[in-house]
Design a binder for this molecule. Structure first.
Ligand SMILES: *Cc1c(COP(=O)(O)O)cnc(C)c1O
Length: 484
């Protein structure tokens, strides 16, 4: 299995691709072809078995037994005590939730970030790379902690996470600043997420003597693990009698960087029967416009919403999608993203839009609609949605009539509601003025009868191990001091 860049004919094996993260031409690595996978016994396979089989199809240059061992470690009970993914239906509602937040940081990114560090080690071993790898992460909240948990104490790796000081939720900040491990570094930056991201990009571009890598979803090693849970979900739907083997489902994904929904698209390319994909956005609806109207335009106001992990105007993985629907046209893709860098926008020809018409659907919801979804689902089914999943639910509702009731709709549930207790409590109409932020999970638990995930419980009692806060211009110096 070879991979190629979305912007040229550069090709590489999986070890190279995972180690590099991004192609030298600035493009993203994608598989040259998608292997077929839709086994008859899908419903009987455990999560680990599925992951092993799917990883093996893509990591053909790595020893199979080492890949199996990496999978076994990544999805061990120690990280996912109740299993990596749960498929939960809401009574008579046709929507079925794919809960992806039973890992160490209570968001779906754990499913990829428990696997990526292990794949990176395999890649280094495969290529005989002995030097230290430095993982640089700029985070708006969820990625940072998930990456820290994944890379904590991984030999030969240092991880440095930059977050906007005061720009993440109290729970997210505590999650990061209490991280243990001898190779973890968490640094607040006086600035916003873009300052962190730009600082990281500059360090990547300027320091060529260090081996840097990224934990962002531009890395194929983060995307591959996400394909697995769509197959798992289908198998569970079969087991629950909600779909017959071979009949299609619809999939709705609350989307930011377009990574999670792209993994579903790739699963379908491999043979998973999917009728429609529903790309759900919040008020930052750049993807809704691109998919429905054919113009990707980031020149627009940026909204801070109750779903911060979807507050994104540049969805990196949309590049992989365009490359795919253009019939792997690297010249078109390179030109489109060059134009994007130059002017902040590009248009997509109607002939390309025809390729996804009726298959990739898109919509966005407002915060009011997302809050109404939280209220409705709790009142009707006693089930708590987190704000990201609630945006997805609200968008799915808009398409309910068009999609009909015969085909099950799988909604990716991307975070535990306890990660965003303030928003969930206000949606439920609970007064939170005067309540300390660290007391909010307890209040949500009391009001809902739901239990706080172990990983989020008692965060304020853990020792703060990281307290460095710097200006954006000092980020490179921080990296130097960690290295020396
Ligand atoms: C990262 C994240 C998303 C967006 O996922 P993408 O792969 O970036 O589209 C949605 N919800 C939550 C809770 C997240 O952490």
């Amino acid at each position: 299995m070879l991979y190629t860049s979305t912007r040229s004919h550069l090709a590489a094996g999986s070890a190279e691709v995972i180690l590099q993260g991004i192609a030298a031409d600035g493009g993203l690595f994608v598989p040259q072809e998608f292997p077929h996978f839709f086994p008859d016994n899908l419903a009987a396979l455990h999560y680990q078995q599925l992951a092993e089989q799917i990883f093996a199809l893509y990591l053909t240059d790595m020893p199979a037994d080492a890949v199996s061992a990496a999978v076994a470690e990544a999805y061990a009970l120690q990280h996912f005590p109740s299993g990596p993914a749960h498929v939960v239906s809401l009574g008579d509602d046709k929507t079925v939730l794919l809960e992806l937040w039973h890992g160490p940081t209570a968001a779906f990114k754990d499913l990829a970030l428990q696997a990526l560090p292990r794949l990176l080690l395999l890649a280094k071993r495969q290529l005989g790379v002995a030097e230290k790898t430095v993982i640089l992460v700029a985070t708006s909240g969820d990625t940072g902690k998930a990456a820290l948990e994944g890379f904590k104490d991984v030999p030969g790796v240092q991880i440095i996470v930059f977050y906007p000081a005061g720009g993440v939720s109290r729970i997210q900040e505590l999650q990061m600043r209490t991280t243990g491990g001898s190779n973890t570094h968490v640094v607040g930056v006086r600035g916003n997420f873009d300052d962190c991201q730009n600082g990281v990009k500059m360090i990547f571009a300027q320091d060529h003597s260090t081996h840097f890598s990224s934990a962002n979803s531009i890395n194929w090693g983060r995307l591959l693990p996400q394909i697995v849970y769509y197959f798992y979900a289908y198998g569970q739907l079969e087991k629950q009698g909600r779909v017959k083997h071979g009949l299609p489902i619809d999939i709705c994904v609350p989307t930011g960087n377009f990574g999670n929904i792209l993994a579903a698209w790739y699963a379908a390319k491999m043979g998973l029967p999917v009728r429609s994909f529903l790309c759900a956005s919040n008020e930052n609806n750049v993807l809704t416009d691109a998919i429905n109207g054919g113009c990707y335009d980031r020149n627009r106001p940026f909204f801070q919403t109750p779903s911060p992990s979807m507050d994104i105007l540049i969805s990196s993985n949309f590049e992989r999608f365009l490359y795919d629907v253009s019939g792997q046209d690297n010249e078109y893709t390179a030109a489109a993203f060059q134009e994007m860098r130059r002017s902040g926008s590009f248009t997509i020809p109607a002939s390309l839009r025809m390729v996804w018409q009726g298959r990739m659907l898109a919509g966005f919801a407002t915060a009011e609609a997302a809050f109404a979804a939280i209220r409705h689902v709790f009142a009707t089914y006693g089930y708590l949605l987190d704000p990201h999943t609630a945006y997805g639910y609200a968008v799915a509702e808009q398409f309910r009539h068009e999609l009909g009731d015969a085909t099950p709709l799988l909604l990716a549930s991307t975070a535990s509601p306890f990660k965003f207790p303030q928003a969930v409590l206000s949606a439920l109409g609970v007064e939170t003025a005067g309540v300390m932020e660290t007391a909010l999970p307890g209040l949500l638990s009391e009001k809902s009868g739901w239990r706080i995930p172990v990983s989020l419980d008692g965060l304020d009692e853990l020792p703060l191990r990281h307290d460095l806060v710097v200006d954006a211009q000092q980020m490179a110096a921080v990296v130097q001091s960690v290295l020396s």
